[in-house]
Design a protein. Structure first.
Length: 102
């Protein structure tokens, strides 16, 4: 009676095995902003074209799958939380109450 759980069980909960609903909404908003900018602004130079395409490129980069993490947005959020949270960790192990304060 041993049960073997497949390693990719979490992927079954994702859309197409890669994206959360928030990821697709974020990418869709980037594409929508890019389409609106393409319709409104003239493509007169390379700099303007890069500026107009940047929302789709940035959001595509954020939702790009990365090994050992979900996506780049997840890595950036974890790095921000690590850098902004307390870096000194107090010992609270099994013998925390046995240690006498000096």
């Amino acid at each position: 009676m041993n049960y073997l759980i497949p390693a990719n069980t979490k992927r079954g909960q994702l859309i197409l095995g890669l994206f959360r609903p928030f990821d697709l909404i974020l990418f869709g908003c980037g594409i929508l902003v890019t389409i609106i900018l393409l319709a409104v602004m003239p493509l007169s130079s390379t700099i303007v074209t890069i500026f107009i395409l940047s929302p789709a490129i940035i959001t595509g980069f954020l939702v790009m799958p990365v090994p050992y993490y979900h996506n780049m947005l997840n890595i950036i959020i974890e790095m921000y939380e690590f850098l902004t949270n307390r870096q000194t960790y107090r010992w609270k192990g099994w013998c925390y109450k046995d240690v006498q304060k000096k």
